[in-house]
Design a protein around this ligand. Sequence first.
Ligand code: 5GP
Ligand code: MN
Length: 336
Amino acid sequence: MENLEELKKILSYPKEIVITSHRNPDGDAIGSTLAMYFYLQTLGHTVWMVIPSEYPDFLEWMPGIQDIIVYDIKQERSKELVERADVVFCLDFNALDRIDKLGEMLNQQTRAKIVMIDHHLDPEPFAHFVMSEPDASSTCEMIYDFLGLIGHLDKMDLTIAESIMTGILTDTGSFKYGTSPKLYRVVADLVEFGVNDYELQDLIFNSLKEKHLRLLGHCLNNRMEILEEYNTGIITLTKDDYVKFSISRGDTEGIVNHLLKVRNVKMAVFITEQPTIVKISLRSKGDFSVQEIAQKHFKGGGHRNASGGLSFQSLDDTVKKFKELLPRYQAALMNE
Ligand code: 5GP
Ligand code: MN
């Protein structure tokens, strides 16, 4: 972060601070938000967490999560807090459209200094203070780095350490993606600090309900297509599936990753029919980048190996459009 000294100065007096993260928050969004919430409180600031949409059930056990204010549920309160904030921390996203109406407010109605800490590619220039590390495994890993940079690793407590560990575990899929020697050093520090990684893994990953496994079975048995000539796997879900399996927010998390378990599959896509849009989740292995596909063709973005986007066409037309793109990427998908 270039102007860290200036930020340090700002944070050296009690401030009203809002922390926000992206819509449909994942473990990294919530973990980084909570870690920052508890850290900033140790400095004596008044801190609020305001996010666009609700957090998933599998994170309900996290200390502090009930203090999060959801814009979709409390619009007036959210607006008031953003308007009067001195500082707004934007965590785990780098484009204002990822936070819906809150993004418009940050653009127009706030006098706050904006701090962005994020690991996605191509940050938009909306923040006064920017920490952008596309090579970081997670925003949570960056929160640890931020505490180091600002000279406050001594402010770490077990709750902060466990919040950070949660985002690292979820964004790396338990150390399957985005790892580095440095990440393992950070994790060693967290475990040495007292984080019970076994218990956290159990809380995070073994909390499915019966309906989740039945939905996964349906996806794999009835809705999966493997296109061998493109090393690509597709799973789709219709509006009727959403009703039949009573799918709600967060219930489809992780389904797309199963496609990458098929030998040779390099790209996985999960296409779902939502009330007003069709949502696309893309994953890939190795050097093949799904970020470009999401950005160029589906109004989205993300990381090289995990991106997302949307379409305003029907489900069938979106699948057709996706398949029609594949010949362009065939060489890259089939090499090795
Ligand atoms: P998911 O497939 O889990 O919804 O999203 C995977 C990643 O893709 C997210 O971490 C985020 O970086 C990115 N992503 C998902 N949806 C969108 C979108 O609509 N716009 C942008 N810019 N990125 C997205
Ligand atoms: Mn993240």
